[in-house]
Design a protein around this ligand. Structure first.
Ligand code: C5P
Length: 249
């Protein structure tokens, strides 16, 4: 095979891998806005995250619609309830076509195991991601709810407990991803929000990293919202991030 065709195949494979790594957070208030963005990103991005804002506005229908269009869906509703209720919620989310779901690690091992069993028994089992300590919580906020350790110590404790209970991965900030990768090994799925390309507006995010730094530190997937959804040209913004990810792989 000629060197340049080998290079082309190699770079096409990297582009596909980059598409698997990028999750676009579709944080918009209406189904119409979600549809418009999805049509601009179709063929460029593979993963869409539906969070509370869009889900509460547009419900199951928008999740099913985006899944039918071929997007893989991360349904980020952060379940936290008794084990029986969370297991039922996981079954419902799996049946609407979500491939990734979030649950709060603080729900404890019984809740996490019930969720993992419900996911595994679904016809199309979704991956469960545990949220450890919300990035909005600092040492003071933790102390106020009776947790007298540092956020990093609490993240590690919950991460170990959640992975022992059968979840497939964790949501963490770029600041913790290197430590969690070292502690939990190569197979653990680590999903990192708070991603900002160099020069992008930071907004309300605090613990941020560029796409290439987060990938090099061990992130499996990057969650990117406003740098894509509020860009003048969302497709172009997404492609630039995909190129940066591909360059870091
Ligand atoms: O617009 P931006 O890129 O900041 O969006 C980040 C997305 O990731 C949002 O949907 C936000 O809810 C989510 N997220 C986060 N921090 C966490 C967990 C989720 O920013 N710790």
């Amino acid at each position: 095979m000629k060197d340049n065709s080998r290079e082309r195949i190699h770079s096409a494979a990297k582009d596909r891998l980059a598409q698997d790594r990028l999750i676009v957070a579709l944080d918009v208030p209406t189904a119409a806005q979600a549809r418009e963005l999805a049509s601009q990103l179709s063929g460029i991005c593979r993963w869409i995250k539906v969070g509370l804002e869009l889900y509460l506005a547009a419900g199951t229908a928008i999740v099913e619609e985006l899944a039918t269009q071929g997007f893989s869906i991360f349904l980020d509703l952060k379940f936290h309830d008794i084990p029986n209720t969370v297991a039922g919620a996981v079954r419902s989310a799996a049946s609407m076509g979500a491939s990734l779901l979030t649950i709060h690690a603080a729900g404890g091992p019984a809740m996490l195991s019930a969720a993992a069993e419900a996911a595994a028994a679904s016809p199309n089992p979704p991956h469960l991601l545990a949220v450890t300590v919300l990035t909005s919580m600092d040492r003071q906020q933790l102390a106020a709810i009776g947790i007298e350790v540092s956020p990093a110590d609490q993240v590690l404790r919950l991460a170990r407990m959640a992975t022992a209970s059968g979840v497939h991965g964790l949501v963490c900030s770029a600041e913790e991803v290197r430590l969690l990768r070292q502690e939990l090994g190569a197979a653990m799925q680590l999903v990192v929000p708070g991603i900002r390309p160099a020069g992008a507006e930071v907004g309300d995010q605090k613990r941020i990293a560029t796409p290439s730094v987060a990938i090099r530190d061990g992130a499996s997937n990057l969650v990117v919202g406003r740098p894509i959804t509020r860009a003048g040209n969302p497709a172009q913004a997404a492609q630039a991030i995909l190129d940066e990810i591909a360059g870091a792989l």
